[in-house]
Design a protein around this ligand. Structure first.
Ligand code: 5GP
Ligand code: ZN
Length: 139
C-alpha cells in the first residue's frame, strides 16, 4: 500500500524522478539527496511501512538480499574501502523520513563520515535481566 503524503512512496513508484541504481518488483535503490559519502544510496521498498516494526516479513526478508547485491556493485564501481549498511527507526535514532529505507553507505579511508557509539560497560547480571525481558516477549 502507498501512503498519499509520503515522498518515498512517490519516488519508489516512479512518480517523482530519481537516479535509480536498481529496481525490481519490490524495491527501488536511489542516490541520497544529501550524500554522506560519494555514492551514498537508499534501498526503498515500494510498499509503505513507517519503519522496521510495521514492515511485512516478506519485504523484510528480501531487503538485505537487495542491499547486498547493490552494495557489492557499488563497492567495486566507486572503489570503496569499506561499507556501512544503516537503517534508522524513530527520531531519536536519526530517522527523518518515515518510510522504511536502508542506507548503503560507501566508506573511504580517512573519510571520518560517521561517528559511531562510545563503547560502554555492562555486567552479567544486567545482561541476564535484559535477556529475560526479551525472551518473555518472544516466547
Ligand atoms: P533517515 O535520516 O530517515 O535515516 O534518512 C533519510 C535520508 O533521505 C537522508 O539521508 C536524506 O538526505 C534523504 N532524503 C530525504 N528526502 C529525499 C529525497 O527527496 N530524495 C532523495 N534522493 N533523498 C532524500
Ligand atoms: Zn511511503
Amino acid at each position: 500500500m502507498k501512503k498519499d503524503d509520503c515522498i518515498f512512496c512517490k519516488i519508489a513508484a516512479g512518480e517523482i524522478g530519481s537516479h535509480t541504481l536498481y529496481e525490481d518488483e519490490d524495491f527501488r535503490v536511489i542516490f541520497d539527496l544529501n550524500p554522506g559519502t560519494k555514492g551514498h544510496a537508499l534501498v526503498i521498498p515500494k510498499e509503505h511501512a513507517d519503519g522496521i516494526f510495521d514492515m511485512d516479513d516478506e519485504t523484510a526478508s528480501k531487503v538485505l538480499v537487495v542491499a547486498k547485491k547493490v552494495a557489492t556493485a557499488m563497492k567495486e564501481a566507486f572503489n570503496a574501502d569499506g561499507f556501512n549498511i544503516i537503517q534508522n527507526n524513530g527520531e531519536c535514532a536519526g530517522q527523518s523520513v518515515k518510510h522504511f529505507h536502508m542506507h548503503l553507505f560507501p566508506r573511504y579511508e580517512g573519510d571520518k563520515a560517521l561517528g559511531l557509539w562510545k563503547p560502554g560497560q555492562t555486567t552479567d547480571e544486567e545482561l541476564q535481566v535484559l535477556e529475560d525481558k526479551v525472551k518473555e516477549i518472544l516466547n
